[in-house]
Design a protein around this ligand. Structure first.
Ligand code: GLN
Length: 404
């Protein structure tokens, strides 16, 4: 256990809890899932996310890097060239992140952080004042880091005030279920599955998960990504949070730590879960489902492409390539996107661009998009497309075009 913070040495070393939250908020619990422990460094990705949301990525990047350090979490170091902390997951970067949270006073700054963590967990979290006092009384190493950062111009304010907020944020009490919910909020792209509230912007989630992948488990990051394959963060309170993007969030608690400050049983549990449930985020399966559901002719010269599922670059590319390949076999291509669930801007641009590329060879294209998935009603002007509400309407129009 972490005995450099005296209060942390007092916990029951046998304590164990595991919680898993699905992305729609159902939680499975095992062990002492009601036991509270201090969040410690699991606070780091959340304060980093808050800073990104509050002042924007450029301002944050000017003060904190995103490179794995390969060093211990409490290393007194900055990047050789930029003189800024190497990443936000080690103490130096986390202390810098605290200093970026807007607030006229220590209280105001901490309140923002506290509220944000609570919004991610879906309940009001408490502070462990004993752990806070204990760490504040003994935190000379963090003091060394903060004063070093101030000397490099990374910290603007009073280093002691920033540290005070940092010690408080590390002393926020959570259960494994809180952690699972916080993780699920990240897994859902920023929506808390319990409250349904958006608490983090999608681009901030992406950045936060990126640094969790590369830096979340300190100098064990490579081993972790290889074996477990989930963006994660550990804390010396014995907690670990792990996120499977789009799918689920995990919180584990077990206070005995390895030399790197990661929970021994926590790491082992995540390894087992990942291998038994197949949770590695780089598991490459066969294409999960085919984007093209069906291709058929709906009359002479009219070919219908039925598109389904979530559409990103690779799916849109497949649709376009197929339609381009067949283009001598039809006059009008009808893209029926009624069954598309979600689409990003890249795929949207590709599908709507098909009309322009077909018109160069004298062909026409249109969309059947009743729900405005591909071309939302309010964005019609941005795209050169013809959109129908039903396949019948599209086929009627296509008959006239190919006849005319
Ligand atoms: N409060 C602890 C510290 O700053 C957090 C470290 C950790 O959890 N890895 O030393």
């Amino acid at each position: 256990m972490a005995n450099y913070i005296p209060e942390l040495a007092d916990v029951d070393p046998e304590g164990f809890a595991l919680s898993l939250s699905s992305s729609d908020g159902y939680v499975y619990e095992s062990g002492d899932a009601a036991v509270e422990f201090t969040i410690q460094s699991i606070s780091k990705p959340f304060t980093y996310a808050l800073a990104l949301g509050q002042i924007g990525q450029d301002a944050v990047d000017a003060k904190i890097g995103v490179e794995p350090s390969g060093e211990a979490f409490n290393e007194i170091s900055v990047d050789d060239v930029t003189k800024t902390p190497k990443n936000p997951m080690i103490n130096a970067g986390a202390i810098a992140a605290v200093s970026l949270i807007p607030g006229a006073s220590t209280e105001e700054r901490f309140d923002r952080i506290h509220e944000f963590y609570s919004a991610c967990a879906g309940r009001r979290l408490e502070i462990d004042m004993n752990v806070y006092a204990s760490e504040k009384a003994t935190g000379n190493r963090n003091r060394a880091i903060a004063y070093m950062l101030a000397s490099f111009g990374v910290l603007d304010g009073d280093p002691d005030e920033v540290l005070d907020v940092y010690f408080r944020q590390c002393s926020v009490r959570v259960t494994s279920t809180d952690l699972a919910r916080m993780a699920a909020t990240l897994a859902r792209g920023g929506f808390n599955p319990l409250t349904g509230r958006r608490v983090i912007e999608a681009n901030v989630v992406r950045r936060t998960l990126s640094v969790m992948v590369t830096c979340g488990m300190y100098d064990a990051a490579g081993d972790w990504v290889s074996a477990v394959g989930m963006p994660a963060k550990s804390g010396v309170g014995g907690g670990i949070v792990a996120v499977l993007p789009g799918q689920l969030g995990i919180g584990v608690y077990s206070p005995r730590l390895d030399v790197r400050g990661n929970s021994v049983r926590g790491v082992q549990t995540c390894r087992n879960l990942s291998s038994q449930l197949g949770l590695h985020f780089l598991s490459v399966t066969r294409e999960s489902s085919s984007t093209l559901r069906a291709v058929f002719d709906a009359g002479p010269g009219i070919r219908v492409y039925e598109v389904q599922g979530d559409l990103l670059f690779a799916g849109a590319e497949q649709v376009l390539r197929t339609a381009e390949h067949d283009r001598d076999e039809y006059e009008v291509a009808v893209l029926d996107v009624t069954r598309v669930d979600d689409i990003n801007d890249a795929a949207r641009g590709m599908l709507t661009g098909m009309r322009a590329s077909l018109s160069r060879v004298g062909k026409e294209a249109c969309l059947v998009d009743p729900d405005g998935r591909v071309v939302p009603a309010e964005r019609r002007d941005e795209y050169d497309t013809i959109v129908f509400r039903t396949l019948d309407e599209a086929v009627d129009a296509a008959r006239q075009w190919s006849a005319g």
